[in-house]
Each structure stands twice: as structure tokens, then as C-alpha cells.
Design a protein around this ligand. Structure first.
Ligand SMILES: Nc1nc2c(c(=O)[nH]1)N[C@H]1C(S)=C(S)[C@@H](COP(=O)(O)O)O[C@H]1N2
Ligand SMILES: [Mo]
Length: 317
């Protein structure tokens, strides 16, 4: 894990009041949003929580940090590399191929997909397997909205996702080896169907009220907030409905270190470091950030623990 401090960046001295203003703004948006979703939400109907139960009101990570401290190996292995190397990446036009065990396969444009979507803002914690975390206001829609449109068959038990493979536009893909691992392209991820249908699972198109920057996975990326960040695959071009559990890129490259489930779990350490705590990144002062306790399922247990009832989480890491 390499931590870099971007002291040379012009936004480094971003005034504190801007951060506070943002967080107040988003919290207010969430409150209003919460009222509109209340009627449709089974959780609220059951009286479990008040408005905004999917979003956290924790202090947001700064927009600069969210968009300049990235993991996107298709561009670079460093944290500040993706923002620089993806600067001229033009995502549109964009198409997503939907195939496999599905009644309506096809090659859909980004605009086609957006027609199916009800976009909303969600403030989620993002916990990287490298033991840092952020609080991010995403804009997106529940993946289940897309799934319902394309109608999976009864054989569809899992979904496999793929990132764009285009080494001319994503220079990191020209590199085969990654440290002592070898990572093969395209980057792949997978979810079990019930995880994919869960209302917390978002396809996101924006962040901080703006269109998603290329370094954050434009134009369309997954966010699964109870799983380690590597599950949240960026710049998706393929969605395949399958019968068998897919092999995700990180599991393929280091199966003893990264599993299929990758649920955040403070009790199951990474073989090379502890997962009990995390560094919560708030602004560019990365070394000054607080270490906080990591929570099971990244704090989303009340929404998702039932998905893993009876499963050995140590074995299925
Ligand atoms: N295609 C692709 N998706 C990816 C990655 C990547 O390297 N390539 N990195 C993952 C990791 S490890 C994390 S922590 C998150 C980081 O998302 P962010 O840069 O928007 O914070 O993206 C995930 N999705
Ligand atoms: Mo990550």
C-alpha cells in the first residue's frame, strides 16, 4: 500500500468552510430525498429507520480527494495517476453489452440505459481492502432497475461485469504484470443475483452532483458499499448473466488474498495486514487522518446480513 500526499496540488489549501457547506448541502438533499422514497421503501414501511436510511450523515471526504486519490489500474498503479492519465478520456459514446441468461440481450447505449433509471443521490462509505475509507456522495440508480428491464432467466444465478479493454485509451492496460501479481484484462467482477438485486447496490453516473470523472469510472460503475472497494468495478461495458459463480480479477490473481464475496469484515484479516481498523480520509492531509474501527459489512449489516445467514464468512472471504 503506497500512500502519497498531494501537497503540490492547487486545491490543497481548500478552505474548510467549503467542505462543511458541501456536507450541509448533501445532508439537506438527502433529507428531502428521504421523504420521497419513504413510501416505496420496505425498510421504512417496517418502521426500522427514518428518512435517509441508506445514506450516512458522516462527514464527507473532500471532492478533491475522492477524484484524485483513486485505484484504477487500467490507468495507473499510483493513487494520483488515474486523475492525470484519464484527463483526456472521453467516455461517450458508450455501449454496454448485456448477454447470457437473459430474455433481452443486446448492445445498449448509455442513453438507453439511463431511460430505465431513476437517479438519486446516496452518501455511502467506501472501504478499500487496503484499509482506507472515504464517505462519498454518489449519483446513481439501483442496479435492480436495469436487471428488471432485461429480464434474467431462471438459470441466472450470478452476474459478471467487465470493464472496457482499450489499451490505447487506458494506458495501464499495456502493462501485463502488477508487482508480484499478474493482472489480466479486462478487469472483471461478479455478484450473486440477490446481492445484485439489493437496493444498496448502485450503478453510478455521478459524484458530488457532477458527471462521474473518468478516474472514478465514467460513465457507469458499480458501487456495493458493504464490500471492499475492488468489487465496485469501473467503466462497465459488459454485463453477463450466468449460472456459475464468476471468477473476479483479484481472486484470479491472488486467490489466497482476495475472494469472491469480499464483504468488509474486521475479523478476517488480509494475509498481509489487519482489517480491524481503517484510515478515514477526509481531505488531502492523508497522514493526519484518524484511524477508526472497521465495521462488519462496512456498517450496512442491518440491510445485508440476512444475505449471508449460515455462511462461514471466514471461508467465504
Ligand atoms: N476497472 C477497475 N475498477 C476498479 C478498480 C480498478 O483498478 N479497475 N479499482 C477498485 C478499487 S481497489 C477501489 S478501492 C475502487 C476505487 O474507486 P474510486 O477511485 O472511485 O474511489 O474502485 C474499484 N474499481
Ligand atoms: Mo480498493
Amino acid at each position: 500500500m503506497i500512500i502519497k500526499n498531494s501537497r503540490t496540488t492547487p486545491d490543497y489549501n481548500r478552505p474548510e468552510h467549503e467542505v462543511i457547506d458541501e456536507s450541509t448541502y448533501w445532508n439537506r438533499r438527502q433529507f428531502i430525498g428521504g421523504l420521497t422514497v419513504a413510501a416505496a421503501s420496505p425498510y421504512i414501511a417496517a418502521g426500522k429507520t427514518a428518512s435517509g436510511h441508506y445514506s450516512t450523515d458522516e462527514k464527507l471526504t473532500s471532492e478533491y480527494t475522492v477524484t484524485h486519490y483513486n485505484n484504477f489500474y487500467e490507468f495507473s498503479l499510483s493513487k494520483d495517476g488515474p486523475a492525470k492519465l484519464a484527463k483526456d478520456f472521453q467516455p461517450l459514446p458508450w455501449h454496454v453489452t448485456i448477454e447470457g441468461e437473459v430474455e433481452k440481450p443486446g448492445r445498449y447505449s448509455f442513453e438507453d440505459i439511463l431511460k430505465w433509471a431513476t437517479l438519486e443521490e446516496r452518501i455511502y462509505r467506501l472501504r478499500c481492502v487496503e484499509a482506507w475509507s472515504m464517505v462519498v456522495p454518489w449519483k446513481g440508480f439501483e442496479l435492480n432497475q436495469l436487471i428488471k428491464q432485461v429480464k434474467p432467466t431462471s438459470k441466472a444465478k450470478y452476474i459478471e461485469f467487465e470493464t472496457l479493454y482499450d489499451p490505447e485509451r487506458m494506458p495501464g492496460q499495456k502493462r501485463g504484470a502488477l508487482g508480484f501479481f499478474s493482472l489480466s484484462w479486462p478487469y472483471k467482477e461478479g455478484l450473486r443475483m440477490d446481492e445484485a438485486m439489493h437496493p444498496l447496490t448502485l450503478l453510478t453516473t455521478g459524484v458530488f452532483g457532477k458527471t462521474l470523472p473518468a478516474q472514478n469510472g465514467a460513465p457507469l460503475r458499480l458501487i456495493i458499499p458493504w464490500k471492499y472497494g475492488f468489487k465496485s468495478i469501473k467503466s462497465i461495458v459488459k454485463i453477463r448473466f450466468v449460472e456459475k459463480q464468476p471468477l473476479n480479477t483479484w481472486q484470479q490473481s491472488a486467490p489466497s488474498e482476495y475472494g469472491f464475496y469480499a464483504n468488509v469484515n474486521p475479523e478476517v484479516d488480509h494475509p498481509r495486514w489487519s482489517q480491524a481498523t481503517e484510515r478515514r480520509l477526509i481531505d488531502e492531509s492523508l497522514f493526519g487522518t484518524k484511524r477508526i474501527d472497521t465495521e462488519l459489512f462496512n456498517g450496512y449489516g442491518k440491510h445485508v446480513a440476512h444475505l449471508y445467514k449460515g455462511m462461514n464468512l471466514r471461508k467465504n472471504f
